[in-house]
Ligand binder design. Structure first.
Ligand SMILES: Cc1cc2nc3c(=O)[nH]c(=O)nc-3n(C[C@H](O)[C@H](O)[C@H](O)COP(=O)(O)OP(=O)(O)OC[C@H]3O[C@@H](n4cnc5c(N)ncnc54)[C@H](O)[C@@H]3O)c2cc1C
Length: 382
């Protein structure tokens, strides 16, 4: 076990919001079997960390074990005329997986281009963007069951995917407040994708960017590039430099090379992405909101609201409170009302104070409770 032990690890250096205290027991196994060995040996609670792009940790030292998954590869399992199945290990960078699929002419995950994080977390979180969710392409998840101490396979139905959640995420959430300690650790995920170099445009901003109508069928590379450009413009790419590197640029049409993705650090990027999920409410509740409030159909005849609209209409414009306090340690992104950003020296309390203020204002004005999207470590939601 000592082989994978890393000294002086800190959540502030391992999370994209760059907040959080020292980690006393931090391990980074290099292979799947080393991960399983570690999990077998570990008796106490374990927190599994991917790229830390949806994790907010307290500034207090963390004495439990943290294991970071940063290993793995992508394997083509089955290729037929109209479908292919690919297996990706949990530690693979999500966008490397998307790029591979697009390169191979496999349709299904192109709208999820540029989302930070690992494959393991992507299925736990059921990531989604621009009209797609990862659950649409997942067939099976291979997990280490820490209760039974064995590998098991969860199929799509048993994963209970719904909006930004899954069986594993619900289990993690039920174990707060100190630290999520999952029963199931994702080892790999099997995806089944259509062999098709084209996909329909599913989202308005992508249709506007490509100047093509919604539903029109475009090349996978064009959709991927449009998604990266739209995300880049909102500072919602974790590492824009990655997309400018020679290797990435070589693979892409001129359009991506020409967009402006600054190489210098930008405080709008130190975030967990969206800090709040879009609330899903009953039709009766939705009817009580102002007519102009955006509404979208959701599962079980419910209605999905726009958290960004609620936040902005409760008085928190993009960049709040930089308009009044340009030196604020924590603020909403200047490009995105849902992202709480660390402007350089924020603590976890600063982040949570702003989150609580926003939740209270939205509740007071609309009686809608905003749920936090990031996974909290050593912090209380309320
Ligand atoms: C700039 C930015 C933009 C974003 N845009 C989007 C977006 O468009 N759509 C979206 O859905 N999300 C988005 N996010 C959120 C984030 O990228 C995703 O939630 C991502 O899946 C997190 O991956 P990670 O590896 O960083 O997870 P981490 O933050 O490291 O972990 C998240 C959770 O997953 C658990 N976990 C991680 N790996 C495993 C494993 N192998 N087994 C079991 N549990 C595991 C962790 O324990 C933790 O509970 C964005 C974030 C940022 C910073």
């Amino acid at each position: 076990m000592k082989n994978f032990f890393c000294k002086n690890a800190k959540f502030s250096e391992l999370t994209t919001i760059k907040v959080g205290g020292a980690i006393e027991r931090f391990f980074q196994p290099a292979t799947k079997s080393s991960l399983i060995d570690l999990l077998r040996e570990e008796k106490g609670p374990v927190f599994i960390l991917g790229s830390g792009s949806n994790t907010l940790a307290s500034d207090a030292p963390f004495s439990e074990t943290v294991i970071r998954t940063r290993f793995g590869g992508i394997e083509c399992i089955k290729r037929e005329n109209d479908k292919s199945c690919l297996r990706a290990d949990a530690g693979v960078i999500w966008d490397d997986f998307v790029r591979t699929c697009v390169q191979l002419g496999l349709q299904g995950v192109e709208n999820l281009s540029g989302i930070p994080g690992t494959v393991g977390a992507a299925v736990v979180q059921n990531i989604g963007a621009y009209g797609s969710e990862v659950s649409e392409s997942v067939k099976e998840i291979e997990v280490w069951d820490r209760e039974k101490k064995e590998i098991s396979v969860l199929n799509r139905d048993s994963m209970q995917f719904s909006y930004r959640t899954s069986l594993i995420k619900e289990d993690i959430k039920s174990q707060s407040p100190y630290a999520p300690n999952p029963r199931f650790v994702v080892l790999s995920a099997l995806f089944c994708l259509s062999s098709n170099n084209f996909a329909p445009i599913k989202y308005k901003s992508i249709s506007e960017y490509l100047k093509k109508p919604m539903g029109s069928v475009e090349k996978l590379w064009d959709i991927r590039n449009a998604v990266l450009c739209v995300r880049g413009a909102k500072n919602m790419l974790e590492d824009p430099v990655r997309y400018k590197s020679k290797l990435m640029a070589d693979m892409m049409p001129e359009r991506l090379k020409s967009i402006s993705l600054p190489d210098t650090p930008n405080p709008d990027r130190a975030s967990c992405g969206s800090f709040f999920t879009n609330p899903v409410v009953s039709p009766e509740k939705a009817a009580l909101l102002p007519q102009e409030a955006p509404r979208f159909p959701a599962q079980d005849k419910k209605v999905k609201l726009s958290a960004a609209w609620l936040i902005e209409h409760a008085g928190f414009k993009k960049g709040y409170p930089l308009q009044k306090d340009p030196n604020a340690k924590v603020a909403l992104s200047t490009c995105h009302a849902l992202a709480i950003t660390n402007r350089g020296s924020a603590t976890s309390s600063d982040v949570m104070d702003l989150a609580r203020k926003i939740r209270k204002a939205v509740w007071d004005k609309f009686e809608v409770d905003l749920a936090l999207e990031p996974v909290l470590i050593g912090l209380e939601q309320k």
